[in-house]
Design a binder for this molecule. Structure first.
Ligand code: ADP
Length: 980
């Protein structure tokens, strides 16, 4: 059975075209292992040398044998990466060695026979012996001896001549090479001379010796320009320095000003306390003034009395007495007045003091205000100049960067580009790259293309092989309008979808198509597909026959367009009616159904004469494609593609009794080996996912965290060792979602469309679903928790059940959309659904309903995903796009896409949901409680969270770029390997 061997060769880009003298099978067997190849190479060259010494005339035939050995050197490059351990069937190299020694024996035998023949002839020609005859005979014999001697000398001479001729030929060749080298050396000397002249002329310009160069010469002009620019730059720097000096002076003055400011503030405080003292004094002065006024009034009264008394003094006795009395009173009053006048003085002083104080205060305040103003303007000036300085510095940096980039690219020594040219020419001569590739690369080098410069610089320290791949990738991106990528899968959204796989096929397919690649899909033609979503569906007037169970079966081929992607549907005419079962999976003969489909799909591509760059198969259902392709089809010349395999869930590995593998034409004996397809659980069981890991060029899974988890004993489910040994080609890429299909602002399934900028529609969708499902709608603020899932143990069904009760306890509502392929789980949830049949806050819908799923995403406030493990998970991404905040268990892809709102170690812009680690009710309850508290207590911040989630980018663009990069690298590596 040559099929595995053929994979081993072709799976690594081996080209049989290089061994035209050998039939393909022998060629295939010859190229089993790198180590064998090396051994054979040594063997053949050693033999060549020995044979050349022994028998020059045999050289040609022996060299032909040696040539065959050398052709074993067409070993595919990825032997280790594809990881198939090669068998020990390397029989051809030993056969070749045998035939070489046989040739030697043949030479010896023939020369022995020739000698015998000469002796016999002599006897027959001389039957009677006379003396003369005897003498003559002796002479003849002497002559013959002499002749033989001469002949042998001649032969020796001839050998020597041959030798000399060879040496002459070698010398001729050497002379030619030397002559070529001399020419090259002369050319280099000329170039050196030119360079020297240029350098000296440049030097003379530098030294100002313009006499030798014309002032108008572009070099001088350019130099002058550069000088001017230099001078301007220097001026700029000078100015900046001055500004910097000003700034530092201002900085120095700042502490002084601050000190003055604090002193002024202190004296202001003192003055304020003096002012309040003075104000006290003033109020006392006012009361004194009042007293004074009262006294003056009294004086006036007394004066009036005195005048009256004077008039009465005209009456002598009484009058005199009254006069004395009055005089006394006046004296008294005068004393009082004097006293009052005396006490009036300090009040005037106070008033004066008060005035001076006020003036002083005003002055000080004015000074303070002025110094404040000055300080403020100084600070503003300082800030202004710092800003200017920074701007100028940035501009300068930018300028310097730009110039250094320009200079570095322009000034890369010519030597650099010449070296690059020589490398490219070397590869061309060694036939490692095609003439076209070399032409493109040369052109890029002449044009001093930045891409080729970067490619060279980046791959300098890498191996020759990697360098080649990097350069070929450059030519590939220039020449190719895109890659031809064919997905072979069991699902495709929206027409045939069971879970995330369906979304990936259409989402990734469309994203790759948008990037300019030719993308085609091959699907089984299920009877239960949503045919109304397929446009231009028609049956082709062709029948493709494919092998199964020892005979050929006819397949009807249909074509149609799904989401803008061209799709081929295979309808097998097999009595078992493989895809006429009313469901996608879960049939007793699933292994047969999908091994038939895989074989028919590859057969279709082969018969259609397609030359894809990538065949991408998904999950165990189409994992058969990888061994089928390398085992059977590559040997038929259908070998343009590299195989990419994506495992969307390592729980499903497609295991079966080894004998079942034979149905689709695979060689059970060759494949049921521990390093190939044998399942870890039993010697007579094969594992299709394992086969695809071993036989594919690229292996991916659907999130980085999951790609780590499956390398562990627990996560790998028996495949951790296989994954470890193929880890170089294994990577996790987070799925995206189809943002056209999942877009709340254009979604026709939902009641009201809405966006992050206008969330009104979201509330209306919540009302709509409440009405539709007959849930209570009295409390608008009551949070609605959604859950859309397959009800399988992986999804944490016990925690989903717990979440229903938890949401009720916390005062929320709960809607579940899901169905289970596991009967007891389906029954359990039917019981719960019945229990809550007429409950006003809980509804369980146990079915698959795409349209309803859109409405639930739009209506719910929170979305629950308590998975035990989750390869990627799409529902959390869809939920966020619809503004439903996810509450998830930290595992697999959930860990890569949901980040806890309360986790301070995560930058705020990434916080987008609620997570828990422990896979138990407590963990889930605490996350739900936090979410409810956030929702109820901080409605505004909740709304911001909703808007943030809706704006996150989960589109396929970045993931598709990663796939594109993987494909391109693999294709370039294959091309490089094919040429080595
Ligand atoms: P898985 O592939 O493991 O089922 P994913 O989260 O990767 O889980 O993808 C699930 C996809 O299937 C989502 O698009 C989800 O909306 C959809 N889905 C799951 N169950 C149902 C259902 N009962 N009705 C409608 N869509 C569903």
């Amino acid at each position: 059975m040559a099929s595995v061997a053929s994979y081993l060769v072709l799976g690594r880009g081996f080209s049989c075209a290089k061994t035209p003298t050998r039939p393909p099978i022998a060629c295939l067997r010859l190229s089993r292992a790198v180590s064998c190849k090396m051994r054979n190479r040594h063997l053949s060259s050693q033999q060549k040398r020995q044979q050349f010494k022994r028998a020059p005339t045999e050289r040609l035939s022996l060299n032909m044998n040696a040539q065959s050995h050398d052709n074993i050197g067409c070993e595919p490059e990825e032997a280790s990466s594809a990881g198939v351990s090669h068998s020990s069937q390397i029989t051809i190299p030993s056969n070749d060695a045998e035939s070489d020694s046989n040739s030697e024996t043949d030479v010896a035998v023939s020369s022995f026979e020739e000698t015998n023949m000469i002796e016999n002839n002599d006897e027959q020609e001389h039957p009677s012996i006379h003396l003369e005859d005897l003498i003559a005979t002796i002479r003849n014999a002497e002559k013959i001896e002499e002749l033989e001697k001469i002949l042998s000398e001649k032969e020796a001479l001839q050998a020597e001549i041959n030798n000399l001729e060879m040496k002459l030929a070698e010398t001729d060749a050497r002379i030619k090479v030397a002559a070529q080298e001399k020419i090259n050396a002369e050319l280099l000397e000329n170039q050196l001379e030119k360079l020297k002249t240029e350098i000296s002329s440049r030097n003379s310009i530098e030294e100002g010796k313009h006499g030798t160069l014309d002032d108008e010469s572009p070099l001088v002009l350019e130099l002058n320009d550069l000088r001017k620019e230099n001078a301007l730059l220097k001026d700029d720097i000078q100015m900046l320095k001055l500004k910097l000096a000003d700034v530092s002076k201002t900085e120095e003055r700042l502490p002084l000003l601050e000190k003055r400011h604090s002193l002024l503030e202190a004296s202001l405080m003192e003055l304020q306390s003096q002012l309040s003292n003075a104000q006290d004094d003033v109020s006392r002065l006012a009361s004194l003034r009042y007293e004074c006024k009262a006294l003056l009034d009294k004086v006036e009264n007394l004066q009036a009395l005195f005048n009256d008394a004077s008039r009465v003094m005209d009456q002598p006795s009484l009058g005199l007495q009254q006069y004395h009395e009055l005089q006394k009173k006046v004296d008294k009053i005068e004393a009082l007045v004097t006293e009052a006048t005396v006490s009036k003085f300090p009040s005037e002083n106070f008033h004066h003091y008060d005035e001076t104080l006020r003036e002083k205060i005003e002055l000080l305040e004015k000074q303070l205000w002025e110094s404040d103003q000055e300080m403020h303007s100084q600070i503003q000036l300082f800030q202004e100049s710092v800003r200017e300085f920074h701007d100028a510095l940035e501009r300068l940096k930018e300028e310097i960067k730009k110039r250094s980039q320009e200079l570095s690219l322009e000034n890369l020594p010519q030597e650099f580009w010449s070296r690059l040219l020589l490398i490219i020419d070397g590869w061309l001569l060694e036939k490692k790259i095609s003439v076209n590739d070399a032409k493109l690369l040369r052109e890029m080098t002449w044009k001093k293309d930045a891409q080729i410069r970067d490619a060279y610089l980046a791959s300098r320290s890498k191996s020759e092989h990697e360098k080649l791949a990097t350069f070929l990738k450059l030519t590939y991106s220039r020449t190719s309008p895109g890659m031809h990528i064919i997905h072979i899968a069991a699902e495709m959204a929206p027409v045939a979808k069971v879970g995330g796989l369906g979304d990936v096929i259409s989402g990734l397919g469309k994203a790759l198509q948008r990037k300019g690649h030719l993308v085609e899909i091959v699907l089984p033609k299920y009877d239960c597909m949503q045919y109304d979503l397929i446009t231009d569906m028609k049956a082709l007037d062709v029948v493709v026959e494919s092998y199964f169970d020892g005979q050929l079966f006819r397949n009807k081929i249909w074509v149609g367009i799904i989401e803008g992607l061209p799709v081929y549907f295979i309808e097998p005419h097999h009595p078992a009616k493989f895809f006429w079962r009313g469901k996608y999976y879960g049939e007793y003969d699933d292994f047969k159904r999908f091994s038939f489909f895989s074989r028919a799909a590859v057969e279709l591509l082969y018969q259609a004469g397609k030359k894809p760059d990538i065949i991408h198969c998904h999950d165990w259902q189409t994992a058969f494609v990888a061994p089928l392709y390398w085992d059977i089809y590559a040997a038929k010349g259908f070998n343009s593609a590299r195989i990419c395999f994506t495992c969307h869930n390592f729980e499903y590995q497609g295991t079966a009794p080894a004998s079942e593998l034979a149905s689709c034409g695979l060689d059970v004996h060759q494949l049921n080996r521990p390093d190939r397809m044998r399942d870890h659980s039993a010697d007579d069981k094969v594992n299709t996912v394992k086969g695809a890991i071993v036989f594919s060029n690229i292996v991916t899974t659907v999130s980085p965290t999951y790609s780590q988890e499956v390398r562990t004993v627990e996560g790998g489910r028996g495949l951790h060792e296989t994954l470890k040994s193929h880890s170089k080609k294994f990577i996790g890429i987070l799925n995206g979602i189809d943002t056209d299909a999942w877009n709340p602002s254009t979604d026709n399934y939902i009641s009201v469309q809405y966006s992050a900028d206008d969330l009104q529609g979201k509330a209306e969708n919540k009302d709509a679903i409440r009405k539709c499902l007959k849930l209570s709608g009295s409390e608008g603020s009551q949070p609605l928790v959604g859950c859309i899932t397959r009800l399988v143990p992986q999804k944490g069904v016990h925690l989903i059940r717990h979440a229903i009760y938890c949401a009720l306890e916390l005062g929320g509502q709960f809607v579940l959309l899901g169905s289970s392929p596991v009967p007891h789980i389906q029954r359990e949830f039917e019981d719960i659904a019945n229990h809550f049949q007429s409950h006003s806050h809980v509804r369980l819908l146990l079915k698959y309903d795409d349209a309803l799923s859109h409405l639930i995403y739009a209506a719910s406030d929170m979305f629950i995903i308590p998975s035990m493990f989750e390869p990627c998970g799409l529902t959390q991404m869809i939920a966020m796009r619809y503004g439903s905040v996810p509450i998830v268990r930290k595992t697999g892809g959930l860990n890569d896409s949901v980040f806890d709102v309360d986790d301070n170690t995560i930058p705020e812009q990434y916080q987008n949901g609620f997570t828990f680690v422990a896979p138990d009710e407590q963990g889930l309850s605490s996350a739900m409680e936090r979410a409810f508290q956030h929702y109820i207590r901080s409605p505004e911040s909740w709304q911001q969270l909703v808007q943030k989630d809706m704006r996150l980018d989960f589109s396929w663009d970045s993931s598709a770029s990663q796939y594109e990069e993987l494909y391109e690298r693999s294709v370039a590596r294959a091309r490089a390997a094919a040429r080595v």
